[in-house]
Design a protein around this ligand. Structure first.
Ligand code: PLP
Length: 420
C-alpha cells in the first residue's frame, strides 16, 4: 500500500470523551469547544467533597487542531513526509490520529517504538532517530524490523555492525542551532570535518548508509538555519555517493515553529530542497512541537493562596498556582486576562507557583489578574501540547499522568472519521 494508506491493525474506536457530538458542534471554533470542555469538567468538581485527586490538573486536547496542522504541513511542505517526534507528546489518541493520517514516526527509545508498533503502524514508517542507542534497544529494533536509524559516531557504527548490519543508516550532522530555543548540537551531530572518516568506516564495515539527517534545534527562529543545513547535507550526500553509497533520503529533522513564522520557514526550506535535492530524493522530517503545541490546554486548580506584604513598597501581592486565563469555580465565569489590559489600577499582583516543595517550582514571578483570586478557582494555560505531559514529575508523590478531555473542532470531523 501507499504510505498514506497503511492499514491499521486494531479496531480503533474512539473510547475517550468527546465533548458532545462533533456534528452538533461543527460551527464551533476550537477555542469555544475547549472552553466548553473546561467549564463542564470544572463544574463537575466540588473540592469540598470530591475524591482524592479529582481536582488535579487536567488537559483539554483538540484533535481538530492536530488535523489542521497536518493539512497546513502538507500545503507548505509537500515534499517533506512528516515523521512525528513521539517524545514531544506521546498522547495515545494523538498518535492514533496520526497513524490513521499516514504520518511516519520518529522514535527515540524501545518504549516509543513499541507504542507506535502497537497501533498497527508498519515498522517501515518508523525512524529510530537517536544517534546514541542502547544495545538492547538496537536488538529490539532489529527484531521488530525498524530499519531506519541515525548515527553520528564510530562506536555506533561498530554497534550497528554487531547487532543490526542490515539497518538503513542516516548520518546525523551538526548544524548551527544558535537561533533556536532548545539547542541540540551541543549533544548530537557529526561535524563536517569528521564525516568523511565516518563514511569510510561505514564502507569498511559494509553498512548501508542511505541518508543524511540534521536538526536545527527546537523552535528554530531563523530560516537561514535550514538553508545552511540543507547545503551541508548536500555536501555529505556527495561525499557518501562518491564512496559508493546509495543515498536516497534526506531527513530535515524537527524544530518547526508552531506560530505564524512556520509558513516563511517552510517556504525557505522548500526552495532550498528544490535547489539542492532532485525530486527522486525522498525527504522526511521529524516535527514534534509544530503538530501538538497549540492543541493542548492545561487547567490547574488554585490549591492555596498566600498574602505577601512588602513593607518597604507598601504593596500586597499573592502567591498562587498557574496563568493567562482564569476560570472562576463558583459561577464559571471565564476571564481573558490578556484582553483586560495590565495597567488598570485595580489589577491584583500574583506570583504563581507549582505544588511541590521545591523553591525552583515557580511558574511566574509577576503577573496580574483583574480581581482577587481564591482557593478553588481554576487557571488555564493554552498551547501546552509540546514537552509538557511527557515531562511531568512524580517529585513529592504527585501523579505524572493527567486526565485528558478530548474535543474535535474540525467541522468536517475528517480527523475522527479516519478512526471511528
Ligand atoms: N527529532 C529529534 C532527533 C529530536 O531530538 C527532537 C526534539 O528534541 C525532535 C525531532 C522534535 O523537535 P521539535 O519538537 O522541535 O520539532
Amino acid at each position: 500500500p501507499q504510505e498514506d494508506q497503511f492499514p491499521l491493525k486494531d479496531n480503533l474506536s474512539f473510547d475517550t470523551c468527546l465533548v458532545g457530538s462533533v456534528d452538533n458542534h461543527s460551527a464551533w471554533t476550537s477555542k469555544q469547544m475547549i472552553e466548553e470542555a473546561l467549564r463542564s469538567r470544572v463544574k463537575a468538581i466540588d473540592p469540598d467533597t470530591c475524591d482524592v485527586g479529582d481536582e488535579d490538573p487536567f488537559f483539554v486536547a483538540d484533535l481538530g487542531e492536530v488535523y489542521r496542522q497536518h493539512l497546513r504541513w502538507k500545503t507548505n511542505l509537500p515534499r517533506v513526509k512528516p515523521h512525528y517526534a513521539v517524545k514531544c507528546n506521546p498522547d495515545k489518541q494523538v498518535l492514533r490520529l496520526m497513524a490513521a493520517l499516514g504520518l511516519g514516526f520518529d522514535c527515540a527509545s524501545k518504549n516509543e517504538i513499541e507504542t507506535v508498533l502497537n497501533l498497527g503502524v508498519d515498522p517501515s514508517r518508523i525512524i529510530y532517530a537517536q544517534p546514541c542507542k542502547t544495545k538492547s534497544y538496537v536488538r529490539y529494533a532489529a527484531q521488530s524490523g525498524v530499519k531506519q536509524m541515525t548515527f553520528d559516531n564510530a562506536d555506533e557504527l561498530y554497534k550497528t555492525k554487531q547487532l543490526f548490519p542490515d539497518a538503513n543508516l542516516y548520518l546525523r550532522i551538526l548544524t548551527d542551532d544558535s537561533a533556536s530555543l532548545c539547542r541540540l548540537s551541543c549533544k548530537f551531530g557529526a561535524s563536517l570535518d569528521t564525516t568523511a572518516k565516518l563514511l569510510e568506516l561505514a564502507k569498511k564495515l559494509e553498512l548501508n548508509v542511505v541518508g543524511v539527517a540534521f536538526h536545527v534545534g527546537s523552535r528554530a527562529s531563523d530560516p537561514k538555519a535550514f538553508q545552511r543545513a540543507v547545503q551541508d547535507a548536500r555536501f555529505i550526500f556527495n561525499q557518501a555517493t562518491d564512496l559508493g553509497f546509495n543515498m536516497h533520503t534526506l531527513d530535515v529533522g524537527g524544530g518547526f515553529a508552531d506560530d505564524e513564522s512556520f509558513e516563511l520557514m517552510a517556504a525557505v526550506l522548500s526552495a532550498e530542497l528544490d535547489k539542492y535535492f532532485p525530486s527522486h530524493i525522498r525527504i522526511i522530517g521529524e516535527p514534534g512541537r509544530y503538530y501538538v503545541s497549540t492543541a493542548f490546554t492545561i487547567a490547574c486548580h488554585v490549591i492555596a493562596r498566600r498574602t505577601v506584604n512588602d513593607a518597604t513598597l507598601g504593596t500586597t501581592s499573592y502567591m498562587l498556582h498557574p496563568v493567562p486565563h482564569v476560570l472562576k469555580n463558583g459561577n464559571n465565569v471565564l476571564y481573558n486576562v490578556r484582553r483586560s489590559g495590565y495597567d488598570t489600577p485595580s489589577q491584583v499582583e500574583y506570583s504563581i507557583w507549582g505544588p511541590t516543595c521545591d523553591g525552583i517550582d515557580v511558574i511566574s514571578k509577576g503577573c496580574t489578574f483583574p480581581e482577587l483570586l481564591d482557593v478553588g478557582d481554576w487557571l488555564y494555560f493554552e498551547e501546552m501540547g509540546a514537552y509538557t505531559k511527557c515531562s511531568a514529575t512524580r517529585f513529592n508523590g504527585f501523579s505524572d499522568s493527567h486526565e485528558v478531555v478530548y474535543v474535535c473542532s474540525e467541522s468536517g470531523a475528517a480527523a475522527l472519521r479516519y478512526i471511528t
